[in-house]
Write a protein that binds this ligand. Structure first.
Ligand SMILES: C[S@@+](CC[C@H](N)C(=O)[O-])C[C@H]1O[C@@H](n2cnc3c(N)ncnc32)[C@H](O)[C@@H]1O
Length: 271
């Protein structure tokens, strides 16, 4: 695939990668010494990181349940999928609507190696995996159209991935390109690391991560995260820390995180 000169991560086990570090924090088994070193350096600077990524994962499951149940969404485009973990998007969506269609997108070759585990669709539904870069949204939309009908509502999921997109790569342009392709009644669900929650510790963690990992992180303030939803209608409770987005248990509500999130719809009146 032609990536227009985009910098794709090769399998390099000597440098930390976000998918594997995330897997380490989530208690998975798919990580190498370099990933654990970066993961531990972040934990040393900000011990709340493990609870934060778990709270984000719980948000992911809740938001897919909300989209499938309350919003009636049956098509999902999950970009920055990560290494399979508990409650992957297709599992939650198809437990509500067995005929749901899910397209996963990631650019990490380690996630690609796990794609088979992401492709275990229910008999009535469908899942697909695209090895592509979020910074190339045109390719993602073109390839996703093999499985998804963009004439009907689609939920675009950008969960814990936008902080890996630098300002130089035009993060707002990328999100705008994706949402412009959506039919009225579609949704955008997004979470990303905050620049303005537990600021000092999290900034120290970011500096340590950026000195050890292949992709650098760009944390964003609540106002900067809210800007991703421009032109869309945020559903209550708006842009909040992930644990405050419609928690289903007391434990979920009381979790600690440094992630902002929001869910918004392209209103029926939009053209
Ligand atoms: C922190 S993990 C989040 C995984 C999952 N969405 C979750 O919330 O549990 C970020 C994922 O985004 C992927 N990623 C980072 N930059 C990307 C890019 N430019 N294009 C596609 N995937 C990317 C990484 O490979 C990794 O799997």
């Amino acid at each position: 695939m032609d990536l227009g000169g985009l910098d794709r991560p090769p399998i390099d086990t000597t440098v930390a990668h976000s998918a594997r570090v995330h897997n380490y924090w989530l208690g998975g088994k798919d990580h190498y010494a370099a990933d654990r070193e970066a993961g531990d350096a972040v934990i040393a600077a900000y011990p709340g990181i493990v609870e934060s990524v778990r709270a984000n994962r719980a948000f992911l499951a809740r938001v897919v349940r909300f989209l499938a149940t309350d919003a009636g969404i049956t098509q999902f485009l999950d970009i920055g999928t990560g290494i399979p973990a508990a409650n992957n998007t297709h599992e939650v969506a198809q437990s509500v609507t067995p005929s749901a269609r899910i397209v996963y997108v990631d650019y990490d070759p380690v996630v690609l190696a796990h794609a088979r585990a992401l492709l275990t669709s229910s008999a009535d539904g469908m899942t697909d995996y695209i090895d592509a870069d979020l910074r190339d949204p045109g390719t993602i939309l073109r390839e996703a159209a093999r499985t998804l009908d963009f004439g009907q509502p689609v939920a675009v999921m950008l969960i814990a991935v936008m902080h890996l997109i630098a300002d130089a790569d035009d993060p707002y342009g990328i999100v705008g390109h994706l949402t412009a392709a959506l039919a009225p009644g579609s949704y955008l669900a997004l979470s990303q690391v905050a620049a303005d929650i537990e600021q000092e510790q999290v900034a120290k963690a970011r500096r340590r991560y950026n000195s050890l990992a292949r992709e650098t992180q760009r944390h964003r303030t609540r106002a900067e995260v809210t800007q991703f939803f421009d032109g869309l209608e945020l559903v209550p409770p708006g842009v909040v820390p992930v644990q405050q987005w419609r928690p289903e248990t007391e434990a979920e509500a009381e979790a600690r995180s440094t992630m902002w999130c929001g869910v918004a719809t392209r209103s029926i009146g939009a053209s």
